[in-house]
Ligand binder design. Structure first.
Ligand SMILES: NC(=O)c1ccc[n+]([C@@H]2O[C@H](COP(=O)([O-])OP(=O)(O)OC[C@H]3O[C@@H](n4cnc5c(N)ncnc54)[C@H](OP(=O)(O)O)[C@@H]3O)[C@@H](O)[C@H]2O)c1
Length: 291
């Protein structure tokens, strides 16, 4: 790996924390971005060697101050950036407020690119790497996860464009595409679904059309969260992306991601739609509301 530190955004929990822990355990200096004193304390309790920086990736002043902060934390340079910070907005597209859709893109897409633009001169100087944490949701869009999937499709497109734009400058761009892993994203997503459902007035068309499905989705999210493996395999894929002499352009991580990529994502649209419709019916039946 190149000399210098690695910056990991969204290091307070889940995948970002696992990457930070993994890299520091290998002796790599990690500039770990967090938001708030509680997150800082939590990070340092878990990874004392991490170098925390306060950063909201959607906050223009934070982003503008980042290159100088990175330089101060790591005078020997910046070897790589792991663009990990993200959140998931889900729900029926008919009902997702524009502000929520905007928030999804502000964090998962525009914020990630703002960090990339701000740190590109430092990465160019080290001939370093950008690693983006995409998702299998960037390869296949599932019902009721439209905003999240759209953001990960967009991130994948940006990573594909950037990879070629900066290749001649000696900069590598790699996309990691995990399946489901245990993190706080599931609870946050569930809370968003609950807020959306609470906004439906009783007996309104959205309540009738989507209410039962949203309640069933809540159960499904809890189930995925309970069963999802811990995110160390994602950290391992990031390590390979950072250290391989010839890194792959993308790394799928997790059995579910591989399964989806090799099956569902390859089906013709009509077949894939049918599979999703069967799944939704089964989900409804499990709550006693389906046919
Ligand atoms: N878990 C999965 O199954 C899975 C699968 C595929 C891809 N991913 C992707 O993996 C990445 C990490 O997610 P996770 O699952 O580890 O979820 P997580 O535990 O909720 O972590 C998300 C991280 O992003 C940070 N963040 C959110 N908004 C931010 C902002 N505006 N500025 C700076 N930081 C912000 C959070 O900070 P706060 O604590 O301050 O909110 C947190 O540190 C995301 O890009 C997600 O889409 C996750």
């Amino acid at each position: 790996m190149k000399h210098g530190a690695v910056l990991v955004t969204g290091a307070s929990s889940g995948i970002g924390l696992a990457i930070t822990r993994d890299l520091t355990s290998r002796g790599v200096p990690v500039i770990a971005t967090i938001r708030g004193a509680e997150a800082r304390a939590r990070l340092l309790a878990s990874v004392p060697a991490a170098l925390p920086i306060e950063l909201d990736i959607t906050h223009a002043e934070h982003v503008a101050a980042l290159p100088a902060a990175v330089q101060a934390h790591s005078p020997q340079g910046l070897a790589a950036v792991v663009n990990n910070a993200g959140l998931a907005v889900v729900g029926p597209l008919e009902c997702v407020p524009s502000a929520e859709l905007r928030r999804q893109f502000e964090v998962n897409v525009i914020g990630q690119m703002a960090i990339t633009q701000a740190l590109l001169p430092q990465i160019r100087a080290s001939r370093g790497r950008f690693v983006f944490i995409g998702s299998i949701a960037g390869r296949i869009a599932s019902p009721f996860a439209g905003p999240y999937c759209a953001s990960k499709f967009a991130l994948r497109a940006l990573a594909d464009s950037l990879r070629v734009e900066v290749a001649e400058q000696g900069v590598r761009v790699i996309l990691i595409e995990p399946g489901a892993f245990g993190s706080r994203i599931w609870a946050g997503t569930g809370a968003g679904v609950q807020r959306l459902a609470a906004d439906f007035s009783a007996d309104s068309a959205p309540a009738r059309l989507y209410g039962p499905l949203l309640r069933a989705c809540l159960g499904m999210l809890a189930d995925i969260e309970a069963r999802a493996p811990t995110p160390e395999p994602v950290a391992d894929a990031v390590w390979r992306a950072l250290t391989a002499t010839h890194p792959r352009t993308r790394y799928l991580v997790g059995r579910d991601a591989w399964f989806t990529a090799l099956t569902l994502a390859r089906l013709p649209d009509a077949c894939r739609d049918w599979v999703y419709r069967l799944r939704l019916r089964a989900l409804l039946r499990s709550t006693g509301r389906g046919r």
